[in-house]
Design a protein around this ligand. Structure first.
Ligand code: NAI
Ligand code: MG
Length: 355
């Protein structure tokens, strides 16, 4: 098959890690008989420099006309003095909105080879960890009504947490569909003992669960979930939760796996369209020096193959290649131990592509 990708290298290490990822995708194409057709487009600081805006309409149009989007990272020191509403990072919010990306998938995968980087006791994570946090991305308190007002205690401010049944239903469906492709287990996280919006959340998730009789559903309160994440993370497989709880829980889950240079993510719209990007930013401190770890972006491409294109074998091949390179002892500087010799960005990409 032929797949059309919009590629947004962006700023800082973005272009470096994206280049390695395209190398790997090309190899996958050759091995499995697919072609990946790339259209590179501008977003972020480079778009401000060339086009005067961080997210040109042309970029949005090309993304919409593609099967999926691969993004490096945007932002950097050069643009840090711009006012908030003109900064390169605005491109991310603009893309989410324009592309209808309402589901954010953040896997927390602990590679056996990097188990030492895990801050938890070895017995807690024995046998590895493989969790996906499915975070609602376009609703909830971040987008609810907000303002200031006078109260009995003086000036105050408020933000409203609100969810429509339909918003909960569609994110729950993403989580249950994912559970069907994994281990048929969903944990829904809310605060239904206190919040009305969480009671609606819990009710709608239960309704969706009825359509997936094979999937086991558990409900947890957010405070308990945050505790369980460090006490016994192996109980989790797919976690589905609201925008704010997911923001916090996905960062917590990812940090138990070690380096930010290893963490992929996906943001999905209806119909499996998605934007795939590493969790990390543009790392201006190491940009242009062949120091960046390309694995987060390469693993994001594996997610793209699995979730948008339904190419499970091909995704497995990429993940296996990353594991093999780690098992062979190759490390970029961010995951190397003190005094251990490290390889550069391009070499890491070459090794993974070869595997
Ligand atoms: P960052 O993730 O870019 O960097 C944090 C630290 O991790 C730095 O020391 C960096 O060198 C290191 N690091 C990050 N990715 C790495 C990789 N692949 N390999 C090795 N080391 C890596 O976060 P920071 O410094 O807060 O932000 C830098 C810029 O990136 C800012 O302009 C920020 O707004 C932007 N940003 C963009 C994001 C995106 O495009 N999705 C997400 C987060 C930040
Ligand atoms: Mg966050």
């Amino acid at each position: 098959m032929n797949y059309k990708l919009a590629v947004i290298p962006g700023d800082g290490i973005g272009p470096e890690v994206v280049e390695q990822t395209l190398k790997v995708l090309d190899k996958v194409g050759t091995k499995f008989g697919h072609t990946f057709e790339y259209t590179k487009v501008l977003a972020g600081g480079c778009a401000i420099d060339e086009k005067g805006e961080c997210l040109p309409q042309e970029t949005i149009d090309i993304c919409k006309a593609s099967d999926a989007v691969l993004l490096g990272a945007v932002g950097g020191w050069k643009w840090d003095t711009l006012p908030g509403d003109q900064r390169p990072e605005r491109a991310l919010l603009g893309l989410r909105k324009a592309l209808g990306l309402f589901a954010n998938l953040r896997p927390a995968l602990l590679f056996d080879e990097l188990a030492e980087a895990c801050p938890l006791k070895p017995e807690i994570v024995e046998g590895g960890l493989d969790i996906v946090v499915v975070r609602e991305l376009t609703g909830g308190i971040y987008f609810g009504e907000k303002g200031t007002k006078e109260t009995d205690l003086g000036p105050a401010a408020y933000d409203v947490e609100q969810y429509a049944e339909e918003e909960v239903r569609r994110i729950a469906e993403v989580a249950f569909d994912m559970a069907m492709k994994r281990n048929k287990k969903v944990t829904s996280v809310d605060k239904a003992n206190v919040l009305e919006s969480s009671r609606l959340w819990r009710r709608v998730v239960a309704e969706v669960a009825e359509k997936y009789p094979e999937v086991e559903l558990n409900n947890l309160y957010i405070d308990n979930a945050a505790m369980q994440m460090v006490r016994n993370p192996k109980q989790f497989d797919v976690i589905v939760t609201s925008n704010i709880f997911g923001d916090i829980l996905s960062d917590e889950a990812s940090m138990i796996t070690g380096s930010i240079g290893m963490l992929p993510s996906a943001s999905l719209a209806k119909g499996n369209f998605g934007m795939y990007e590493p969790v990390h930013g543009s790392a201006p401190d190491i940009a242009g020096q062949d120091l960046a770890n390309p694995m987060a972006t390469i693993l994001s491409a594996a997610m793209m193959l699995r979730y948008t294109f339904g190419l499970g074998k091909e995704a497995d091949a990429i993940e296996a290649a990353v594991k093999k390179v780690l098992a062979d002892g190759w490390r970029t500087p961010d995951i190397a131990k003190e005094g251990e010799e490290a390889i550069g960005t391009a070499k890491a990409g070459d090794l993974i592509a070869a595997e």
